[in-house]
Design a protein around this ligand. Structure first.
Ligand code: IMP
Ligand code: MG
Length: 352
């Protein structure tokens, strides 16, 4: 699920761009049918209405005029009650059909102000067309002629709507949500199974930081950090690097990324162990095929490939047992199209 952060708050996608476009198009066509032989003047309520206005006007089938009024009532995520008129009506509207385009009607305070502003303008008709409407909070007895979508009383951003001035630029609508749970995932699977491909996709989708234990070792050793020198001293004698040295390296990596929603480890810490599973014979064929074009020597020799599988199984079976006992092992069918495999992985990750 795609989550965005604006200032201190998190928002999750709620209404897709396609859905909004369809709703706006229908409103423009419905209203167009009403005024077939007239030239209405559409007045947008700034700032929030600018995207809605632009898309609405493009879909409007007849002649029309466009103007704006600028009002403000919100600070942060709640209505202040007081509506300020920042830019008022500056043209003669006598005898005209006026259609107000509002992005969203919440308590109705702004709407009340709109009715006040236009009460002495001698218009022929005053109609209200709001894209979004929150029926649970609306407290006024004022007519609303067209409603694109009724939505529950939850703060939204996107498509012109803002949270303290941010978020207006998104084409979809996002709804306020709680801070996402950190998701730390270990993506496992034998050589050739597609870990690299899926790790890159999941990383972007869930805003994870990709950590490869091997890369971190090499980086610390190259930069000759204290931890790197320590790790090297063990490796020089052919000894395993003790876990605490590895963990210190990983911690420093995690501290470097305070805004991450989680980490994806290639190697070994953890919400769950997600393993891509593909029959060994299929993989051997796949790797040999890859070897023809990649030029990687270790992808061209079947005996060496089989040895890598043996290594993988001896090293990971224990981990698999360990995570299985905690019900945190998830085997995913790794045969099929990249998109389908991402969907299978996402289903597990969304439920972690
Ligand atoms: P009302 O005066 O309470 O009806 O609020 C109307 C105005 O408040 C809208 O024109 C928006 O500018 C703003 N507003 C209301 N609800 C939301 C929301 O969920 N997100 C962003 N702005 C909102
Ligand atoms: Mg507004």
């Amino acid at each position: 699920m795609s989550i965005i952060k604006l200032h201190d708050k998190y928002f999750k996608q709620y209404i897709s761009e396609d859905k909004i476009q369809a709703v706006v198009k229908k409103m423009a066509q419905d209203i167009g049918r009403e005024y077939q032989n007239e030239t209405p003047i559409f007045i947008g309520i700034l700032n929030g209405c600018f995207m809605y206005m632009a898309d609405f006007i493009r879909e409007y089938p007849g002649n029309c005029e466009v103007s704006f009024v600028k009002l403000a009532s919100y600070t942060g995520t709640s209505s202040t009650g007081a509506v300020k008129q920042l830019v008022g009506v500056n043209q003669d509207l006598e005898g005209r059909i006026v259609v107000i385009l509002e992005d969203i009607i919440d308590t109705g305070n702004t709407l009340e102000e709109i009715y006040k502003i236009f009460s002495d303008k001698k218009v022929k008709q005053l109609k209200i067309a709001t894209l979004f409407f929150k029926p649970d909070v609306f407290k006024k007895e004022l007519p609303i002629d067209h409603i694109g979508m009724s939505i529950p009383d939850k703060f939204i951003v996107g498509y012109g709507l803002d949270y303290d001035n941010l978020g207006r630029n998104f084409a979809a609508i996002y709804q306020l949500t709680t801070k996402p749970k950190m998701k730390n995932i270990v993506l496992f699977g034998p050589p050739g199974v597609g870990k690299g491909t899926q790790a890159a996709i999941l990383k972007a989708k869930y805003n994870l930081v990709h950590i490869s234990t091997g890369d971190i070792f090499r980086d610390h050793i190259k930069r000759q950090t204290e931890l790197g020198k320590l790790a090297q001293s063990f490796m020089d004698y052919g000894n395993f690097v003790p876990d605490n040295v590895t963990i210190n390296m990983l911690e420093s990596e995690i501290e470097k990324n305070p805004d991450a929603h989680g980490f994806i480890f290639e190697g070994e810490l953890l919400s769950g162990m997600v393993a891509l599973e593909v029959p060994e014979e299929t993989l051997v064929t796949r790797i040999l095929e890859r070897g023809k074009t990649s030029g990687r020597a270790d992808d061209q020799d079947e005996a060496k490939i089989r040895h890598r599988f043996h290594e993988y199984h001896t090293k990971t079976e224990m981990l698999k047992d360990f995570y299985s006992e905690q019900h945190k092992y998830f085997g995913i069918n790794g045969v099929g199209l990249v998109n389908d495999i991402t969907a299978r992985l996402s289903q597990v990750i969304d439920n972690l």
